[in-house]
Design a protein. Structure first.
Length: 400
C-alpha cells in the first residue's frame, strides 16, 4: 500500500521537441508545474531545448535527448527524436532518475516516448492525446507493439474522442482526464487593446513590421499553425469575403507558426508569446477554431473560453464535447459543419450581430473546471492508484 502523502519522483516523457510550442508540450510543462507546487519532484525528458518563454520548469529538472528531426506524422509535422543515441540517453535518464513512476505522453509515437516505454522498469502511466481513428501508429500498435503496450499500467485519454481511439485500436480502456490550463492567466477581464505591430499585408514571413497600430475595430482571432491544412485556416480565409461584405470594419488577426501568403485584409503576427496570446484573446470579439480533423481536445479553445471571448468552432466531436452541439440550447459557442466556409461565415456574423455576454460568461465558468487545480489532482490520483497496484519491474527489458 502506497503512502498517499509522500512526495513522488515522477519522470515525464514528451515525444515532441520543446524548440516549438505545441499542445502536448504545454500540457507536460503545466503538469510539471502543478506537481512541483503540490510538493512532488517532476523531471522532464524531451527532444530540443526548453524555450525561455516556457521555462516554468527548473532547468536542472529538464533533460534533452538532443536535436529533433521534423517528420510527417498523423497529418502534421512532428519534431521527434529516435535511434540508438536517443535510446541510450533515454536509458541513462531512466536509470539515474530513480523515479517512482514514469508518465509517458503519446507512448507509441515513434520518438523517445516509445523508446522510454520499451526501456521502462518503473510503473508506467501513459496519456493518449491523439483522436485519429486511422492513426498509423495506433494500427501498428495493435500488432507488433502489443508487448510494449502491455507495459502500460494505467492509461489516460485527454477526451472521449481520444479514449475511443485507444479502445478501438488497443483493446484497452483509459480514464478521461482533460488537458489543463492556468485559468487565472486568461481570465483577467477586459484590457486595453494591445498595440500590435502590423505585418506587411502582401507577405507572411512570420515577422512583424511597421509602427504599432492600436485599433477599436471588431476583432476576429485565429491562432494555429498557418501551414498545416488540418488547422482549417483555408476554411476561414474562404469565409472572409462573405464576412467582410457585411462587416467591412472587421479586423482579422492570424497568429501562429508557419509561412504563407495571406489576403491583404488579414494581419499576420507570426509566432506569438504566451503573453501576446493572452492579450489577443482578452480583446477579441470572436475567436474562430475552424479545424478540420485530428483534434483530440483543442486547448486553445479552452483558453479562449477562459478569456471570455465568444467562440465559433467546427463541429469536431472533441469541440462539441466541450461546447455542445448546434441544437443544444445551452451550448457555449457557435458550431458549424466542419469545412463549410459559408456556415462559418454565418456563425461569425451571428455572433457579431447578436453578442451574448451571458453565454460567454457561462463558457468562462465552464473553462474554470479545466484549471490545473482540478485536473492535476485527478492525474495524481491515477499515480497513487498505479503505485498501489503495480510493483516496480525488474525485467531487464531495455532497448539495444
Amino acid at each position: 500500500m502506497t503512502d498517499q502523502r509522500r512526495s513522488l519522483r515522477v519522470g515525464l516523457v514528451c515525444p515532441y521537441s520543446f524548440d516549438v510550442a505545441g499542445g502536448v508540450q504545454n500540457h507536460v510543462l503545466g503538469l510539471a508545474r502543478y506537481l512541483r507546487q503540490a510538493g512532488h519532484r517532476p523531471y522532464v525528458l524531451a527532444p530540443g531545448e526548453l524555450r525561455p518563454s516556457a521555462a516554468t520548469l527548473d532547468l536542472e529538472d529538464f533533460v534533452s535527448v538532443g536535436a529533433a528531426v521534423a517528420v510527417p506524422y498523423n497529418g502534421s509535422v512532428a519534431r521527434v527524436s529516435f535511434g540508438p543515441l536517443s535510446a541510450a540517453r533515454v536509458r541513462r535518464w531512466l536509470r539515474n532518475g530513480k523515479f517512482d513512476l514514469i508518465h509517458i505522453h503519446e507512448p507509441i509515437t515513434p520518438s523517445i516516448s516509445l523508446l522510454a516505454l520499451w526501456a521502462a522498469e518503473q510503473p508506467v502511466v501513459a496519456t493518449f492525446h491523439t483522436a485519429t481513428p486511422r492513426s498509423r501508429s495506433m494500427q501498428l500498435a495493435s500488432g507488433v507493439l502489443r508487448a510494449a503496450i502491455e507495459k502500460i499500467d494505467a492509461g489516460i485519454a485527454v477526451s472521449e474522442s481520444a479514449r475511443s481511439v485507444v479502445v478501438q485500436h488497443l483493446g484497452r480502456d483509459a480514464v478521461v482526464i482533460p488537458n489543463g490550463i492556468r485559468f487565472d492567466d486568461f481570465a483577467r477581464g477586459p484590457h486595453l487593446r494591445p498595440e500590435l505591430a502590423e505585418a506587411h499585408p502582401s507577405t507572411n514571413s512570420g515577422r512583424t513590421a511597421g509602427s504599432p497600430m492600436p485599433s477599436q475595430q471588431p476583432r476576429l482571432i485565429f491562432i494555429g499553425r498557418l501551414d498545416e491544412p488540418r488547422k482549417g485556416l483555408d476554411v476561414l480565409l474562404a469565409a472572409i469575403p462573405q464576412i467582410r461584405a457585411a462587416r467591412p470594419d472587421l479586423e482579422v488577426i492570424v497568429a501562429g507558426q508557419g509561412s504563407r501568403r495571406l489576403p491583404s485584409c488579414c494581419r499576420s503576427l507570426g509566432t506569438i508569446s504566451d503573453e501576446t496570446k493572452i492579450a489577443l484573446l482578452n480583446t477579441a470579439d470572436v475567436f474562430v477554431a475552424p479545424q478540420l480533423a485530428r483534434e483530440s481536445f483543442g486547448i486553445v479553445l479552452l483558453e479562449a473560453m477562459a478569456s471570455g471571448v465568444q467562440i465559433v468552432a467546427s463541429d469536431l466531436p472533441s469541440f462539441v464535447d466541450v461546447l455542445g452541439g448546434p441544437h443544444d440550447a445551452s451550448r457555449l459557442g457557435e458550431v458549424f459543419t466542419v469545412g463549410d466556409h459559408r456556415a462559418l461565415a454565418g456563425a461569425v456574423l451571428h455572433v457579431l450581430d447578436h453578442p451574448s455576454p451571458l453565454r460567454a460568461a457561462r463558457a468562462q465558468q465552464a473553462a474554470r473546471h479545466y484549471d490545473w487545480s482540478s485536473v492535476g489532482p485527478a492525474v495524481l490520483a491515477v499515480y497513487r492508484a498505479t503505485l498501489s497496484a503495480a510493483p516496480a519491474r525488474r525485467t531487464g527489458n531495455v532497448v539495444g
